[in-house]
Design a protein around this ligand. Structure first.
Ligand SMILES: Cc1cc2nc3c(=O)[nH]c(=O)nc-3n(C[C@H](O)[C@H](O)[C@H](O)COP(=O)(O)O)c2cc1C
Length: 216
């Protein structure tokens, strides 16, 4: 099978955190969500455990309650971070956009909370890498599948400071971990651009960390 590299590279390089361009008015049907989730569960998991579960939240009161938890948890962080960033920088734009999302979060058509069976009960790198590494690839695949269908999302984690309260609200059992909260909506337009990133040869090493790889 030959891939259309122009298409796949465009998908991989233009799937952005979408906040201000989420269409808060347009409904997101279940079949579109389920199609994207079906693609997401092609992702890898440690020992092929496939311990992912997906919580879809449409209930207006629950969405607003989650948004409130998000603001309680992250409001101070966002306000503080906004003060320290350089005006006009990429981070400044992200913070402005993040504050917008915090205010509007409860109004998104749908939220998706990716869950994974298990808890990090010790803090070894291997345990947390195994647990989160078995859900994050699927989350990213879900975001790519959304993007390819004209929808968008933002990977958010701020509400996890209030994970317990969110679990109670949604009846999530204690042996499960919430990995993120994704606001999901159609996007206003689909013309997203690649972000500015450092050339990878600045951050890639060959055989030893002392030896930055040289571009051809
Ligand atoms: C682990 C993780 C946690 C994040 N948490 C939040 C969050 O709580 N709120 C938010 O608005 N964005 C959050 N983001 C989105 C980042 O701000 C965003 O990915 C980054 O600014 C780069 O933008 P881009 O994805 O458009 O390239 C998170 C992203 C990741 C990977």
């Amino acid at each position: 099978m030959e891939f259309d590299l122009a298409q796949t590279d465009a998908l991989l390089s233009t799937t952005r955190a979408v906040r201000k361009r989420l269409d808060f008015e347009r409904e997101v049907p279940d079949d579109v969500l389920l199609e994207c989730l079906q693609l997401a569960v092609q992702a890898p998991t440690g020992s092929n455990r496939q311990g992912w579960r997906w919580m879809v939240v449409r209930d207006a009161e629950k969405k607003e309650a989650l948004a409130e938890l998000y603001r309680e948890a992250g409001g101070a962080y966002l306000a503080e971070a906004a003060k320290t960033v350089e005006a006009g920088s990429q981070t400044d734009r992200v913070m402005d956009s993040a504050n917008f999302l915090a205010q509007k979060l409860g109004e998104v058509p749908v939220m998706v909370i990716p869950l994974i069976i298990g808890r990090v009960d010790d803090d070894t790198t291997n345990t947390s890498a195994g647990l989160f590494g078995s859900i994050i690839p699927a989350i990213w695949s879900f975001q790519l599948a959304l993007r390819s269908r004209g929808l968008g999302s933002t990977y958010t984690t701020l509400h996890l400071m209030k994970e317990q309260e969110a679990a109670e609200l949604l009846g999530i059992p204690p042996h499960m971990t919430q990995a993120a909260l994704l606001p999901v909506a159609y996007t206003k337009g689909t013309d997203f651009k690649p972000a500015t990133r450092d050339p990878v040869h600045h951050i890639t090493y060959l055989d030893t960390y002392k030896n930055p790889i040289k571009p051809e």
